[in-house]
Write a protein that binds this ligand. Structure first.
Ligand code: PLP
Length: 431
């Protein structure tokens, strides 16, 4: 499969190059040249296939023989090494739980698939080692660290803001060792991100190290997110009902992968992009004007994005046709107080515990279902509620028990290198 750059449609590369480079010239995002429909028969038989078989069928056309089928199958099996259950929450409302991976957040899938693909290309081409350099405000770093742990030829360096990530998140970043190093930065997240950007442009560093990023713009992190929707559909008993999926959205990579699955023939009638107060897309669907803003801080902080990088891919999926887009996608925006209220009410009425991101997804879905009486809706739970322990416990006025893997983490020793400015980072990378 060829991928073109959304900045320059004549610039085309194969899957391997798109994965190794992350971005095209002038920071253009890569997009597959062709989206093929899967045969009807595949969807009719989907419940009899294993998750690995389904995922391989879905992503196969985007990888082709650049990764041989047996290798691809191994990468997928390792990626999907946990459950993705759909559970009933209320009448006409189900939840797809994406938090059963090692860091309890849905980013585990994209990070693992990207690590597997990069690891394969490095081994095959005998390429010199790569350094994955990431700045994190919380979840991304943990998922990337875990996904790339022990992958040969790849060193991972993660910058995180001192005192600004939760205790659990910090332990997930700083206790792995091996090929993972955490740098604790004396400054806010923006400082971490700026240091990373500066390093990517620094000729002295580029001479010594091949750097790559691991955020959701990379096709190997973006595409495997379509697996969730196929695996959810596989579990549904009544496959003939009209389906709507509500996706808590920040950078819009996850929902864009869902829309791609729909274009490939997966029978989902409609998508809801659920936003917190960072609602540039909600406003776009009302006014047709795309007006990015600085992000505002909310309790669903993984979605605090003012200018979502993957939205341009969604526009491309619908050939920039606004009417077509609106037929497939709605968007609602909710406040922190509505989010807390939903966590409280759903817990009291059903016993189901939402995290703040899932609660935004739930509210978006409920809004959609008000005017669409014959749909069955599924919202995505993108993180385990214990990752937002303080917020959730304050809302439900109860203690939540920790899962054993988190309890164990608490007893492990933190190892981080303290840095305070760009020179420190540079010295570390050139050492
Ligand atoms: C990253 C993240 C999101 C947003 O996903 P996008 O693909 O960036 O839209 C939502 N919830 C959680 C918990 C996340 O970590």
């Amino acid at each position: 499969m060829k991928y073109f750059s959304l900045n320059d449609k004549n610039h085309k590369v194969n899957f391997e190059t798109a994965v190794l480079n992350s971005l095209g010239p002038k920071k253009g995002l890569y997009f597959p040249q062709e989206i093929k429909k899967l045969p009807q028969q595949f969807f009719e038989q989907i419940s009899s296939l294993t998750p690995t078989q389904i995922a391989q069928k879905a992503i196969g056309p985007y990888v082709e023989d650049e990764i041989p089928p047996a290798e691809l199958s191994k990468i997928i099996e390792n990626t999907l090494d946990f459950d993705f259950p759909v559970k009933a929450v209320e009448d006409r409302v189900g939840v797809l739980e994406l938090f059963h991976g090692p860091t309890l957040a849905f980013k585990d899938v994209g990070a693992r698939f990207m690590a597997g693909s990069l690891g394969y290309f490095i081994k095959k081409g005998n390429l010199p080692g790569l350094t994955v350099l990431v700045a994190t405000s919380g979840d991304t770093g943990g998922a990337v660290a875990r996904g790339f742990l022990k992958v040969k030829g790849i060193e991972v360096v993660i910058l995180y803001p001192k005192g600004k990530v939760s205790e659990i998140q910090e332990k997930q970043l700083t206790t792995l060792g091996e090929n993972i190093t955490a740098l604790e930065v004396d400054g806010p997240f923006d400082t971490c991100q700026n240091m990373v950007k500066t390093a990517f442009l620094d000729p002295e560093i580029r001479q010594h190290k091949k750097l790559t990023s691991a955020n959701s713009i990379n096709v190997a992190r973006w595409l495997p997110q379509m697996f969730y929707y196929f695996l959810a559909y596989r579990q549904l008993k009544h496959k003939d009902q009209k389906l709507a999926f509500s996706v808590p959205s920040g950078n819009f990579g996850n929902i864009c992968a869902g829309l791609l699955a729909k274009e490939m023939g997966l029978p989902i009638d409609h998508f809801v992009a659920a936003n917190n107060e960072n609602n540039v897309v909600t406003r776009f669907l009302q006014t047709q004007k795309y007006e990015p803003t600085a992000s505002v801080q909310t309790i669903s902080n993984a979605m605090d994005v003012g200018d979502p990088s993957n939205f341009i891919r969604i526009l491309e999926l619908f050939s920039n046709n606004f009417e077509d887009l609106k037929k497939n996608l709605s968007s609602y925006s909710v406040s922190d107080s509505q989010t807390k209220q939903a966590v409280k009410e759903v817990f009291e009425n059903t016993g189901y515990l939402l995290d703040p991101h899932g609660a935004v997804g739930y509210l978006g879905l409920k809004e959609f279902l008000k005017t669409h009486k014959d749909h069955y809706g599924i919202f995505l739970e993108t993180a385990h509620p214990v990752k937002f322990l303080e917020t959730i416990e304050a809302v439900i006025e109860k203690k939540i028990p920790l899962p054993p893997e988190i309890e164990n983490l608490k007893h492990q020793e933190k190892k981080a290198v303290q840095i305070s400015d760009y020179e420190d980072l540079k010295n570390f990378l050139l050492k």
